[in-house]
Design a protein around this ligand. Structure first.
Ligand code: XIL
Length: 329
């Protein structure tokens, strides 16, 4: 059982609709969630597209349902994600007010959302803690084309202002920058570290870095320890925030006959092992897996990949054994 092995949280993703569903599949999903994990991230329900209906117009219903479930079951919530150039509401791109009005609307949304979700508390080991412990404030700013988005075009110094707006919503919640490719792209890694140093020099609040960790079965040996060490060296919290391991990375259908279970097992083990051994305990925000059954994964794509820990009947795959062995250190 993943959560019982380590002192930091082990998480997975949820949706409000699955949590409220009484289908037999979703009963199994919830049983596994509650047994094996102690942290959850909303796969989509707490993104701008789900919550930001217009200036001053917010829809927190699905997020609230997730937080209520977490509170009732003693799970930590990691908020995901306040601002991203993807999964935006359509009105954001067609907003006809001034840039100043746009900036006010977006930053108010960030502040209000953090403040709203800071209200629910629960008791863990006799200590009262907020249910929503942390937020991804900004996602993937270093992706090519990201800064063409309206958030960056209309708001000068957008990323820093987003972090300040989040901090204005709550003084204590942990604020993360979240990105993919941190392990595989040293240039992006350096850009993130430069941004963190810039934030520190300008007193812009930032508490942690989310390494998404969308890996594949033949991930190079040295990338994981090097990148995890580099990110840990910032002194910030480190969250493996979206771990999955593709086995059909080349998307070559003829490769489907190859058995890559052992390679996938090894990659899950390595990710957990290097996190476990290289990130100092005080900086361990946890490891979050991005899904349960293979067929529920965003990468499954009509049965062309199987990136997760459970097969389509919710049975453990050998990748689960790899993950558990990695957590054991
Ligand atoms: C994905 C979800 O899993 C999909 O359901 C959705 O259609 C698209 O977004 N990086 C992130 C996550 O930060 O929010 C993305 O989640 C996966 C990539």
């Amino acid at each position: 059982i993943a959560k019982n092995i380590v002192s930091y949280p082990v998480g997975n993703i949820v949706s409000a609709s699955k949590l409220s569903s009484t289908s037999s599949d979703n009963q199994i999903f919830k049983a596994i969630l509650n047994e094996e994990y102690n942290s959850i991230t909303a796969e989509n329900d707490m993104k701008m597209s789900a919550m930001f209906d217009g200036p001053g117009d917010y829809d927190y219903e699905a997020g609230d349902a997730i937080v209520a479930y977490a509170k009732a079951n003693g799970l930590r919530v990691h908020g995901h994600v306040l601002a991203w150039h993807k999964q935006q509401p359509a009105w954001l791109g067609t907003f006809s007010g001034t840039d100043e009005e746009f900036e006010t609307a977006v930053l108010d949304y960030i502040t209000n959302t953090v403040s709203h979700f800071a209200q629910e508390k629960m008791t863990v080991n006799d200590v009262e803690v907020p249910v929503v412990a942390s937020w991804d404030v900004v996602n993937e700013t270093f992706e090519s084309g990201a800064t063409d988005n309206v958030l960056y075009q209309k708001i000068d110094d957008f990323v820093a202002k987003a972090f300040q707006a989040a901090r204005a919503g709550d003084p204590d919640v942990k604020l993360f920058y979240n990105d993919y490719g941190i392990a595989g792209d040293p240039g992006k890694r350096n850009s993130i570290i430069t941004m963190v140093n810039d934030f520190k020099s300008r007193s812009i609040p930032i508490d942690g870095i989310g390494m998404q960790m969308h890996l594949n079965h033949n991930w190079p040996d040295t990338d994981l320890p090097t990148s995890i060490q580099d990110i840990a060296d910032t002194g910030l919290l480190v969250h493996i925030s979206e771990l999955d391991v593709k086995v059909n990375y080349e998307e070559d259908i003829t490769e489907l006959t190859k058995d890559r279970a052992a390679e996938q097992e090894a990659q899950f083990q390595r990710a957990a092992y290097y996190y476990h051994t290289l990130v100092p305990a005080a900086q361990q925000h946890g490891i979050t897996i991005w899904g349960f059954r293979d067929q529920d994964s965003w990468l499954y794509d009509n049965n062309t990949d199987w990136p997760l820990l459970y097969d389509n009947d919710f049975n453990y795959k050998v990748s689960h054994r790899g993950f558990i062995n990695g957590l054991k250190g």
